[in-house]
Structures are given as C-alpha cells and as structure tokens.
Design a protein. Structure first.
Lengths: 241, 241
DNA sequence: GTCTATACACAGATAGAC
DNA sequence: GTCTATCTGTGTATAGAC
C-alpha cells in the first residue's frame, strides 16, 4: 500500500472528527448550533497545533490563540471551560480517532508477515496524516492529568502488544526468528516515532513517507525474518511486493 | 565495553562540570566564591532537571525552583540574571560536555565495524549517564533562542555525519552493505533516542542499558553487515565479542 | 454568538535589610 | 551571600453590552 491510497480511505472518515468533538462536549459548551461549532473547533484545533509546535502548549497564551483564530477571548471560552479542558478535549478526540483507524486497517487473520508490514505502514502513514496530533500528544503528555497520562500509556502499550503478538505468531509459524519480541516491538515503535518527531529533517532531504516506511520495513525484516522459511514460501523474488 | 567501565572513565571528568559553569559565567553572576557557586549550581541544575521532567521548563516557576533547592528567590537570582539565561546556561554547558566525551571515546583509526559499535554504545551510555540533560535538551529545545536551537541541530547533524562516514568507509572496505547510509544513520539515532526518552519503560521491564545497547547493535548489524565478508574475517564465532 | 472591558491571581524580577 | 517584602507585567477567566 502507498500513502496516497491510505490517505484517500482516511479522508472519507476524517470529516466526522469535529462533529464528534461537538457532540461529545455539547453539555459543557455554550454554543448550540452544530455548524458554527464544527467550523470553529476546526479553526481552534489547527491554531493550537500551530502555536504549540512553535513554542509548546504551556507557553501558548489564550491571547496567542485569540489572535491566530481571529476570535476574541470571550468567544473562545464559549467553546471550552478552561485552557486545561481544551488540552483534554484535543487528547481525547485524537485518541479515539487513532483507535478507530487502527481497528479499520488491521486484519488479525492475515499471515504474520503481511500483518507486520501493514501495522508498521499504517502507523507511519497515520502519523503523517495526523502529524500535528501525534507530535502534540508526545510533547504535551506530561501536562495532562493522571487519567489523561494513563490513556496515552495504555495506547502505547496497546500498539506494542499488537506487534509482539504478530512477532510471536510468526515465530511459531517459522516465518520470524526467535528474538526478544518485546524489545523488537519497542524499537519498531521508536522508528515510527522518528517520522513524526523529525519530519522537518526528512522533508528537507526529500525523503517521502513511502521511502521512509519502506526503509523501516527493510531494516526490520532483515532482523526478524527467517531467511530459509521465506525462500521456501516465496521462491521467486516477489518478496517486498 | 560495558556501561560500568564507561561510567568509571566518565566520572573522572564529571566533577569538572560545575567548576566550568562557574568560570564561564563569572562575569554575569554576583557570587564570588567558587566553592559556594559550584555547590549551589549543582543543586540548582538538579532541581531544574527534576521539575522539568515533571512539568516542563515553561511550567516551572521560580518559586518551584526556590522551594526545591531550599534557596530564596533573591538568592537564585544571584546565580543567573533571568530564567531564560538559566535555560541557556544549562544548554551550553551540556553541549560542551557532550562534545568532549565524544571526542575522547572516538578513535577514527579503528576499523569501521569497531567504530560503529563504539559510537552507538558511547552515545547510549552517555545518554544514560546524563539522561536528565539529554531529555531536557530534547524536550526544551523549542524554548531556546535562535542561536541555541542552531547549536542543537548542528550537534544532531554532527553525530549523524559521524555515523554516515563510518558506514561509507565500511562499505568501501566491503564490511558493510551498500545502503542509504544517511537513512540508516537517522534510524540508529532514533534507536539511541528511544533509550533516554522512554527510560522508565525499560526500567519497569528490567532491561539494563547494556542489554539495550547490545540489542541495538544486533539489530543494526543484521541490516548493515556484509555477511560474506564477516565470515571471511572472523571464521570462528568471536563476532559480537 | 461575539465582542470589549475588566477582575484577579500569579509569574518574573528587584530592593534593601541582615 | 541570603533573606523577606514588594513591584510590575501578564496570564486566565468572566461580566455584561450588543
């Protein structure tokens, strides 16, 4: 799968996000018209991502946010009760979106090698499509309350466990080598993270997200794959699609 | 090399750091006695690292710092002119320390494979020994002024170029495979970074820094090493020490 | 729903006694 | 060198007109 295909499928879901934000917080905000709320939540979120990328959430003042959105302070507070709640809304919303996408693209009945490739690619592609959110979550997690931090950690563990399970199944089937699968999973996650934390670097070097994902796959497979078994299953050079 | 050996060598240099901080900033601070300054700079730096790890530098107030160090606000301002200058001092000092250590442990005349192993290990070991500083630099880099950010980036490029050079030399000698060495270097850096960004995770799982460094090496070598050439050079199983 | 004006708290920083 | 007390700016948040 290439990034463009992924993006197309994703976009068909994407428009729902801000409607969800409105509906989930309907009781706590003063805005009643869905159309207005959706339009402005999008504007607010985008501005938060921009400013936070430049100087961090703590350093962002409500006046920064006001001037970037062209909304007054008073208006902003009609959409959320406090700066801290805004942080919490962004986190919650992003988290639920991520989970949905993963569930949609993951098929536990595929053979392990295919699952491994798919999980790695989907994670990198998703972090490309929603880079502001991934970056934001990583950098601002420490500003969350206890509950929020727990949610971030549980997500981290969830994706790691997914990888471990795939690697173990593959090992049992003789496709993957015997390794410390938990450590392998952590290192794969580190490579995925690299993409959204340092994207400016790859942009400068004209490395596309497809290039990067393929390289991560190659790196990972050279370590995990049982070469004998693979030769047996794929006698021609169809490996790597 | 094991972490313990590395740490012993490092400690013999380490005691100098706070004396350097004093001497380099002697003109800008009101404290005149070296002994007092050194003792308190150490206390201040440690407190900053602790608090920043919990909530970030922006969110740290001078009053937080005051109560954590048991020094009054007035006293603190005898050691630096402003909160921003404190940030700058910490960054500058750490940067110069890192460069010294790298220079001390890197021998460009060693064979490429040995250099690769050494650079990877030294980086991980150093980030273990000075984890608060590495973590601080990564998370707080965006709060620096233009000059400071440029320094961080140049350090990042410096270590990456070191790796690229080693991989190229090795390829020419037939020890390493032909790869996109710049991408390989970036991914190695991502694996190194994982250690100091997520150290709590490995502590929980009882993975030591030696375990982790060895795993990174194994991972990297399975991708980079030219298996034929290695067999030729090391007919027995002495590989990996 | 959005605005301006403002309350109130708390941050960084300094003065000056000891 | 260190302290307490205090100044001053700026941040979050709200009240109330439109």
């Amino acid at each position: 799968m290439k990034y463009m295909e992924f993006k197309k499928i994703l976009d068909s879901l994407d428009s729902e996000i801000y409607r969800e934000v409105f509906q989930e917080n309907q009781d706590n905000i003063r805005i009643k018209k869905e159309k207005t709320a959706v339009k402005n939540f999008e504007k607010i979120f985008d501005a938060v991502f921009q400013i936070t990328y430049e100087k961090g959430f703590q350093a962002m003042t409500m006046r920064d946010l006001s001037s970037r959105t062209n909304m007054s302070l008073g208006s902003l507070y009609a959409y959320f009760a406090s700066k801290e709640e805004l942080l919490s809304i962004i986190h919650r919303q992003g988290g639920s979106m991520i989970k949905n996408v993963f569930a949609k693209f993951h098929n536990p009945d595929d053979p392990p090698l295919e699952q491994l490739r798919s999980v790695i690619k989907v994670h990198i592609f998703l972090s490309e499509a929603s880079r502001p959110w991934f970056y934001f979550t990583f950098m601002e997690a420490k500003n969350l309350d206890t509950e929020g931090r727990a949610a971030v950690l549980s997500m981290e563990e969830h994706t790691e466990n997914m990888l471990v399970h795939i690697l173990e199944t593959g090992e049992q089937q003789g496709v993957f080598l015997k390794r410390n699968h938990l450590l392998t999973a952590s290192i794969i996650k580190a490579m995925q993270q690299e993409w959204y934390l340092k994207r400016w670097k790859y942009k400068k070097r004209k490395i596309s997200v497809d290039d990067y994902a393929d390289y991560v796959l190659e790196f990972t497979e050279s370590f995990c794959l049982n070469a004998e078994q693979v030769k047996y299953n794929f006698p021609d050079n169809s490996i790597g699609q």
